[in-house]
Design a protein around this ligand. Sequence first.
Ligand code: HPA
Length: 272
Amino acid sequence: MNDAVAASATTLRQRLDGRAPKVAVLLGSGWGPLAQQVQDAVDVPYADLPAFPSLGQGVGGHVGLLRAGRLGAVDVVVLAGRQHAYETGQPDGMKGAIRTLAAVGVQVLVQTNAAGSLAPELRPGELMLMSDHLNVVQRSPLVGETGDHRFVDMSNAYCLRLRAQAQAAAQAAGTPLCEGVYAWVLGPQFETPAEIRMLRALGAQAVGMSTVPETIVARHAGLRVLALSLITNMAAGLSTETLSHAHTLATAHAASERAVRTLAAVLQALEI
Ligand code: HPA
Protein backbone atom coordinates (compact mmCIF):
# COMPACT_ATOMS: atom_id res chain seq x y z
CA MET A 1 0.00 0.00 0.00
CA ASN A 2 1.52 3.36 -0.91
CA ASP A 3 1.56 6.33 1.46
CA ALA A 4 -1.33 8.17 -0.18
CA VAL A 5 -3.58 5.11 0.00
CA ALA A 6 -2.60 4.47 3.64
CA ALA A 7 -3.30 8.10 4.57
CA SER A 8 -6.61 8.10 2.68
CA ALA A 9 -7.66 4.87 4.36
CA THR A 10 -6.88 6.29 7.80
CA THR A 11 -8.88 9.46 7.13
CA LEU A 12 -11.76 7.57 5.57
CA ARG A 13 -11.94 5.06 8.43
CA GLN A 14 -12.21 7.95 10.88
CA ARG A 15 -14.93 9.69 8.89
CA LEU A 16 -16.89 6.46 8.44
CA ASP A 17 -17.33 6.56 12.21
CA GLY A 18 -18.15 2.89 12.64
CA ARG A 19 -19.91 2.40 9.31
CA ALA A 20 -18.59 -0.69 7.52
CA PRO A 21 -19.69 -0.56 3.87
CA LYS A 22 -18.88 -3.66 1.84
CA VAL A 23 -20.28 -2.17 -1.36
CA ALA A 24 -19.00 0.89 -3.21
CA VAL A 25 -20.89 2.49 -6.08
CA LEU A 26 -19.11 4.60 -8.68
CA LEU A 27 -21.61 6.95 -10.27
CA GLY A 28 -21.37 7.86 -13.96
CA SER A 29 -23.39 10.32 -16.03
CA GLY A 30 -27.10 10.08 -15.25
CA TRP A 31 -26.61 8.02 -12.10
CA GLY A 32 -25.84 10.92 -9.74
CA PRO A 33 -29.29 11.09 -8.07
CA LEU A 34 -28.58 7.78 -6.32
CA ALA A 35 -26.42 9.76 -3.89
CA GLN A 36 -29.52 11.65 -2.73
CA GLN A 37 -31.12 8.40 -1.57
CA VAL A 38 -28.34 7.59 0.87
CA GLN A 39 -29.49 7.98 4.48
CA ASP A 40 -27.50 8.82 7.61
CA ALA A 41 -24.88 10.08 5.20
CA VAL A 42 -21.41 11.36 5.86
CA ASP A 43 -19.70 13.26 3.04
CA VAL A 44 -15.99 13.25 2.38
CA PRO A 45 -14.69 15.42 -0.47
CA TYR A 46 -12.10 13.68 -2.63
CA ALA A 47 -9.86 16.67 -1.77
CA ASP A 48 -9.57 15.31 1.79
CA LEU A 49 -8.28 11.95 0.52
CA PRO A 50 -4.80 12.22 -1.03
CA ALA A 51 -5.10 9.01 -3.08
CA PHE A 52 -8.24 10.30 -4.79
CA PRO A 53 -8.05 12.32 -8.01
CA SER A 54 -8.49 16.05 -8.02
CA LEU A 55 -11.24 16.56 -10.53
CA GLY A 56 -10.96 20.28 -11.10
CA GLN A 57 -14.13 21.37 -12.77
CA GLY A 58 -15.10 17.80 -13.56
CA VAL A 59 -17.33 16.79 -16.42
CA GLY A 60 -21.04 17.48 -16.51
CA GLY A 61 -21.83 17.79 -12.84
CA HIS A 62 -19.42 15.16 -11.52
CA VAL A 63 -18.26 16.57 -8.28
CA GLY A 64 -15.57 14.59 -6.50
CA LEU A 65 -17.50 13.59 -3.41
CA LEU A 66 -17.57 10.37 -1.43
CA ARG A 67 -20.79 9.75 0.50
CA ALA A 68 -21.15 6.87 2.96
CA GLY A 69 -24.42 5.83 4.53
CA ARG A 70 -27.32 3.42 4.17
CA LEU A 71 -29.52 2.50 1.29
CA GLY A 72 -32.39 0.68 2.97
CA ALA A 73 -30.61 -1.80 5.21
CA VAL A 74 -27.40 -1.85 3.19
CA ASP A 75 -24.26 0.09 4.12
CA VAL A 76 -22.85 1.70 0.99
CA VAL A 77 -20.22 4.17 -0.06
CA VAL A 78 -21.03 6.18 -3.14
CA LEU A 79 -18.43 7.92 -5.27
CA ALA A 80 -19.67 10.88 -7.30
CA GLY A 81 -17.02 11.73 -9.85
CA ARG A 82 -14.31 9.79 -11.65
CA GLN A 83 -11.22 10.84 -13.53
CA HIS A 84 -11.31 9.55 -17.09
CA ALA A 85 -8.27 8.45 -19.06
CA TYR A 86 -9.16 11.03 -21.71
CA GLU A 87 -8.53 13.81 -19.20
CA THR A 88 -4.91 12.90 -18.51
CA GLY A 89 -3.88 10.26 -21.03
CA GLN A 90 -3.39 7.90 -18.08
CA PRO A 91 -5.71 4.99 -17.23
CA ASP A 92 -4.91 4.95 -13.50
CA GLY A 93 -6.83 8.02 -12.30
CA MET A 94 -9.08 6.01 -9.95
CA LYS A 95 -6.43 3.53 -8.80
CA GLY A 96 -5.74 5.17 -5.44
CA ALA A 97 -9.45 5.64 -4.75
CA ILE A 98 -10.30 1.99 -5.40
CA ARG A 99 -7.35 0.77 -3.34
CA THR A 100 -8.48 3.01 -0.49
CA LEU A 101 -11.94 1.45 -0.63
CA ALA A 102 -10.39 -2.01 -0.55
CA ALA A 103 -8.25 -0.98 2.43
CA VAL A 104 -11.31 0.03 4.46
CA GLY A 105 -13.08 -3.26 3.77
CA VAL A 106 -15.09 -2.74 0.60
CA GLN A 107 -15.55 -6.05 -1.22
CA VAL A 108 -17.75 -5.18 -4.19
CA LEU A 109 -17.46 -2.32 -6.68
CA VAL A 110 -20.66 -1.47 -8.53
CA GLN A 111 -19.84 0.69 -11.52
CA THR A 112 -22.22 2.78 -13.57
CA ASN A 113 -21.68 4.64 -16.81
CA ALA A 114 -23.30 6.19 -19.83
CA ALA A 115 -22.71 4.38 -23.11
CA GLY A 116 -23.60 4.34 -26.78
CA SER A 117 -25.48 1.34 -28.17
CA LEU A 118 -24.19 -0.84 -31.00
CA ALA A 119 -27.24 -3.11 -30.90
CA PRO A 120 -30.36 -1.95 -32.75
CA GLU A 121 -32.63 -3.45 -30.08
CA LEU A 122 -30.80 -1.66 -27.23
CA ARG A 123 -32.33 1.82 -27.25
CA PRO A 124 -31.47 5.15 -25.58
CA GLY A 125 -32.80 5.23 -22.03
CA GLU A 126 -32.37 1.47 -21.55
CA LEU A 127 -29.96 -0.28 -19.22
CA MET A 128 -27.36 -2.92 -20.00
CA LEU A 129 -25.68 -5.12 -17.42
CA MET A 130 -22.05 -5.56 -18.47
CA SER A 131 -21.27 -9.23 -19.00
CA ASP A 132 -17.72 -8.53 -20.13
CA HIS A 133 -15.57 -5.84 -21.69
CA LEU A 134 -13.21 -5.17 -24.57
CA ASN A 135 -10.15 -3.14 -23.58
CA VAL A 136 -9.86 -1.63 -27.04
CA VAL A 137 -7.44 1.01 -25.78
CA GLN A 138 -5.06 -1.75 -24.65
CA ARG A 139 -3.79 0.37 -21.76
CA SER A 140 -3.67 -0.88 -18.19
CA PRO A 141 -3.65 0.91 -14.83
CA LEU A 142 -1.39 -1.93 -13.61
CA VAL A 143 1.60 -1.05 -15.78
CA GLY A 144 4.52 -0.50 -13.40
CA GLU A 145 3.18 -2.87 -10.73
CA THR A 146 5.50 -5.66 -9.71
CA GLY A 147 5.02 -9.25 -8.62
CA ASP A 148 3.01 -12.16 -9.94
CA HIS A 149 -0.14 -10.60 -8.53
CA ARG A 150 -0.22 -8.11 -11.43
CA PHE A 151 -1.13 -10.91 -13.86
CA VAL A 152 -4.79 -10.68 -12.95
CA ASP A 153 -7.27 -13.25 -14.22
CA MET A 154 -9.96 -11.28 -16.03
CA SER A 155 -12.13 -14.26 -17.03
CA ASN A 156 -14.82 -13.41 -14.45
CA ALA A 157 -14.31 -9.63 -14.52
CA TYR A 158 -18.03 -8.99 -13.94
CA CYS A 159 -19.01 -11.48 -11.26
CA LEU A 160 -21.45 -14.07 -12.56
CA ARG A 161 -23.10 -14.53 -9.16
CA LEU A 162 -23.62 -10.80 -8.64
CA ARG A 163 -25.01 -10.54 -12.17
CA ALA A 164 -27.55 -13.24 -11.43
CA GLN A 165 -28.59 -11.42 -8.24
CA ALA A 166 -28.82 -8.13 -10.13
CA GLN A 167 -30.94 -9.73 -12.85
CA ALA A 168 -33.35 -11.17 -10.29
CA ALA A 169 -33.65 -7.84 -8.44
CA ALA A 170 -34.18 -5.82 -11.61
CA GLN A 171 -36.80 -8.29 -12.82
CA ALA A 172 -38.64 -8.04 -9.51
CA ALA A 173 -38.50 -4.22 -9.78
CA GLY A 174 -40.13 -4.44 -13.23
CA THR A 175 -37.02 -3.34 -15.12
CA PRO A 176 -35.39 -6.50 -16.54
CA LEU A 177 -31.84 -6.04 -17.77
CA CYS A 178 -30.19 -7.17 -20.96
CA GLU A 179 -26.54 -8.14 -20.80
CA GLY A 180 -23.77 -7.27 -23.18
CA VAL A 181 -20.14 -6.50 -23.82
CA TYR A 182 -18.85 -2.94 -23.29
CA ALA A 183 -15.99 -1.67 -25.43
CA TRP A 184 -13.72 0.89 -23.78
CA VAL A 185 -12.48 3.62 -26.10
CA LEU A 186 -10.19 6.44 -24.98
CA GLY A 187 -12.13 9.40 -26.33
CA PRO A 188 -12.76 12.21 -25.79
CA GLN A 189 -13.89 12.28 -29.41
CA PHE A 190 -16.78 10.02 -30.32
CA GLU A 191 -16.17 7.12 -32.71
CA THR A 192 -16.37 7.11 -36.46
CA PRO A 193 -19.00 4.88 -38.11
CA ALA A 194 -16.14 2.64 -39.32
CA GLU A 195 -14.89 2.27 -35.76
CA ILE A 196 -18.37 1.33 -34.63
CA ARG A 197 -18.61 -1.32 -37.37
CA MET A 198 -15.26 -2.66 -36.15
CA LEU A 199 -16.47 -2.80 -32.52
CA ARG A 200 -19.66 -4.57 -33.58
CA ALA A 201 -17.60 -7.11 -35.50
CA LEU A 202 -15.51 -7.63 -32.34
CA GLY A 203 -18.63 -8.48 -30.37
CA ALA A 204 -19.45 -5.28 -28.46
CA GLN A 205 -23.02 -4.21 -27.70
CA ALA A 206 -22.07 -0.88 -26.06
CA VAL A 207 -19.24 1.63 -26.21
CA GLY A 208 -17.97 4.15 -23.69
CA MET A 209 -14.99 6.02 -22.29
CA SER A 210 -14.75 4.71 -18.72
CA THR A 211 -15.22 1.74 -16.37
CA VAL A 212 -12.69 -0.73 -17.78
CA PRO A 213 -9.59 0.70 -16.03
CA GLU A 214 -11.49 0.75 -12.73
CA THR A 215 -12.58 -2.86 -13.21
CA ILE A 216 -8.96 -3.89 -13.76
CA VAL A 217 -7.80 -2.07 -10.59
CA ALA A 218 -10.70 -3.53 -8.61
CA ARG A 219 -10.02 -7.11 -9.72
CA HIS A 220 -6.33 -6.64 -8.88
CA ALA A 221 -7.39 -5.41 -5.41
CA GLY A 222 -9.56 -8.52 -4.95
CA LEU A 223 -12.93 -6.78 -5.32
CA ARG A 224 -15.81 -8.30 -7.21
CA VAL A 225 -17.33 -6.02 -9.84
CA LEU A 226 -20.80 -5.40 -11.21
CA ALA A 227 -21.40 -2.75 -13.88
CA LEU A 228 -24.45 -1.12 -15.43
CA SER A 229 -24.55 1.02 -18.57
CA LEU A 230 -27.22 3.60 -19.22
CA ILE A 231 -27.62 3.84 -22.97
CA THR A 232 -27.70 7.50 -23.98
CA ASN A 233 -27.48 7.24 -27.76
CA MET A 234 -27.16 4.94 -30.73
CA ALA A 235 -23.45 4.84 -31.62
CA ALA A 236 -22.05 6.69 -34.63
CA GLY A 237 -23.53 5.62 -37.94
CA LEU A 238 -26.49 3.84 -36.32
CA SER A 239 -28.71 6.91 -36.28
CA THR A 240 -28.85 10.25 -38.02
CA GLU A 241 -28.40 12.09 -34.75
CA THR A 242 -25.30 14.27 -34.18
CA LEU A 243 -23.40 13.05 -31.14
CA SER A 244 -22.43 15.52 -28.44
CA HIS A 245 -21.65 15.51 -24.76
CA ALA A 246 -24.65 17.76 -24.12
CA HIS A 247 -26.90 15.23 -25.86
CA THR A 248 -25.40 12.36 -23.85
CA LEU A 249 -26.02 14.22 -20.59
CA ALA A 250 -29.55 15.28 -21.56
CA THR A 251 -30.55 11.69 -22.35
CA ALA A 252 -28.82 10.42 -19.23
CA HIS A 253 -30.73 12.88 -17.07
CA ALA A 254 -34.04 12.11 -18.75
CA ALA A 255 -33.56 8.37 -18.11
CA SER A 256 -32.00 8.68 -14.72
CA GLU A 257 -35.10 8.14 -12.56
CA ARG A 258 -35.65 4.59 -13.83
CA ALA A 259 -31.92 3.84 -13.87
CA VAL A 260 -31.47 4.93 -10.26
CA ARG A 261 -34.59 3.04 -9.13
CA THR A 262 -33.22 -0.12 -10.72
CA LEU A 263 -29.78 0.44 -9.22
CA ALA A 264 -31.22 0.97 -5.74
CA ALA A 265 -33.17 -2.30 -6.05
CA VAL A 266 -30.06 -4.13 -7.25
CA LEU A 267 -27.89 -2.77 -4.44
CA GLN A 268 -30.35 -3.85 -1.79
CA ALA A 269 -30.48 -7.39 -3.21
CA LEU A 270 -26.78 -8.14 -3.50
CA GLU A 271 -25.50 -10.91 -1.25
CA ILE A 272 -21.96 -9.99 -0.36
N1 HPA B 1 -19.36 6.60 -27.55
C1 HPA B 1 -18.47 6.65 -26.54
N2 HPA B 1 -18.81 6.97 -25.30
C2 HPA B 1 -20.10 7.25 -25.05
C3 HPA B 1 -21.07 7.21 -26.06
C4 HPA B 1 -20.68 6.87 -27.37
O1 HPA B 1 -21.48 6.81 -28.32
N3 HPA B 1 -22.25 7.55 -25.49
C5 HPA B 1 -21.99 7.78 -24.16
N4 HPA B 1 -20.68 7.60 -23.90
